[in-house]
Design a protein around this ligand. Structure first.
Ligand code: NAD
Ligand code: HE2
Length: 383
């Protein structure tokens, strides 16, 4: 057995209605005062009110920071950090944007480091405040990853990657995803499936038996649940499978990192403000077809697990059918089919290809080497 290390959140709690126990968890994990980090969309759902009621019952004093923006820019993180100073702990309640901000606010408010000090892998020194993550999308898996993504400047992304920002507690309550809009359910669900697929096939030396087992179970759960969750939003079995699946996929890619799908997705989101999950969905089948030319086996192994109807296929046929099935699933879930459908012109593709090549930390994990010409061809196919 090749030696490996596996990192994840120390305490994962899941159950319908578990939000009601947030107050007691915060009292035990954080103490008498917390900053609750969320966004304006979440404030409109009523979920934040329920969280505040639980915290009040437990005698926890709460300051709410509700100014998170999608793909959060540095200024939002700095504002949240100021609000976290003097608090006993931080709670991230929302999607990946809110949880990523909460993770960094808990770190910077306590360690006194700057964001610039922490960009990259293993740069943060800590310590951080106690941290609870409550995901309401299914989802980025940020509740169990050592990662926060920051939008710097107009479109560039920077990552803070450190086990220091893995939350102390992940609180999963499927009821919080019950009213997630169909297009967000679809985009975040495909994002979670991409996490599992890319993690399983990652060329990283950190790819290991635990991450692969988690990726397999994530896809087994989400392959049959995503379309149900989109089309029958109150199917709580589907909602639960998606929430658990996205967490397992998060644990998988937190250890065996993502690759070219994400590398090609980031420029789409950065330049054209396309949501993260949809950016991934638009390039996913085309990257898999590219990779399957030289590395079909890994995708063939996932095909029948994700889509039982494909179980009898093997090799290249299975890998190709897997890419086709994912593209069909994305379309059936109502997501746009091509880059042209999200305002990208064909003459934008060379710029995207150039930009994608800057994602070297992700591209190195791809099972097949990919250069700028390959990236352009993939964007052409996705357009
Ligand atoms: N840290 C990581 O490991 C990691 C991994 C992948 C992506 N990310 C980051 O996460 C962000 C994307 O997160 P996301 O896809 O979860 O979207 P998001 O957090 O940006 O939320 C999208 C929208 O959905 C709304 N929303 C969320 N939950 C809801 C609910 N239950 N009901 C109704 N509305 C709800 C929000 O208010 C928001 O308007 C990006 O910044 C991306 O870079 C981080
Ligand atoms: C720097 C690692 C970025 C991983 C993002 C997963 O969506």
């Amino acid at each position: 057995m090749t030696p490996f290390t596996f990192n994840t959140t120390p305490s994962i709690r899941m159950g319908d209605g578990l939000l009601e126990q947030l107050g007691d968890m915060a009292r035990a994990t954080c103490g008498a005062s917390v900053l609750l980090v969320t966004d304006p969309g979440m404030m409109a759902t009523g979920i934040v009110d329920r969280a505040l009621a639980s915290l009040k019952t437990a005698g926890v004093t709460v300051t709410v920071f509700a100014d998170v923006k999608a793909d959060p820019p540095e200024v939002v993180i700095l504002q949240a950090t100021e609000a976290a100073k003097g608090m006993n702990g931080v709670i991230g309640l929302g999607g990946g944007s809110s949880i990523d901000v909460a993770k960094l606010a808990a770190l910077l408010a306590c360690s006194g480091e700057t964001l610039a000090d922490c960009y990259g892998v293993g740069m943060a020194k800590g310590p951080r405040l106690p941290l609870i993550a409550v995901p309401t999308t299914s989802g980025t898996g940020s509740e169990v990853t050592p990662i926060s993504i920051v939008t710097t400047g107009a479109s560039e992304k920077m990552g803070v990657v450190s086990p220091l920002i893995i939350p102390d507690v992940a609180l999963l309550d499927p009821e919080l995803t019950r009213d997630l809009p169909a297009h967000v359910t679809a985009a975040t669900g495909i994002d979670a499936m991409v996490h599992a697929i890319e993690s399983y096939a990652s060329a990283s030396p950190n790819n290991n038996p635990v991450s692969r087992a988690l990726a397999v179970e994530a896809l087994r759960l989400m392959g049959g649940a995503l379309e149900r969750a989109v089309k029958e939003p109150h199917d709580m079995a589907a909602r639960g499978d998606m929430l658990l699946g996205s967490l397992l996929a998060g644990q998988a890619f937190a250890n065996s990192p993502v690759a070219a799908v994400h590398a090609l997705a980031y420029p789409i989101g950065g330049h054209f403000k396309v949501p993260h999950g949809l950016s991934n969905a638009l390039v996913l089948p085309h990257v898999l077809r590219f990779n399957a030319v030289t590395a079909p086996t890994l995708y063939a192994e996932l095909a029948g697990i994700t889509f039982p109807d494909l179980a009898g296929l093997e090799g290249q046929a299975a890998a190709t059918a897997f890419a086709d099935a994912l593209q069909d699933l994305s379309t059936r879930c109502g997501l746009q089919k091509g880059l042209r459908d999200v305002g990208i012109g064909q003459d934008d593709l060379p710029m995207l290809a150039r930009d994608a090549m800057n994602q070297t930390r992700l591209l190195v994990n791809n099972p097949r080497p990919l250069d700028e010409a390959d990236a352009q061809a993939i964007y052409e196919a996705a357009w």
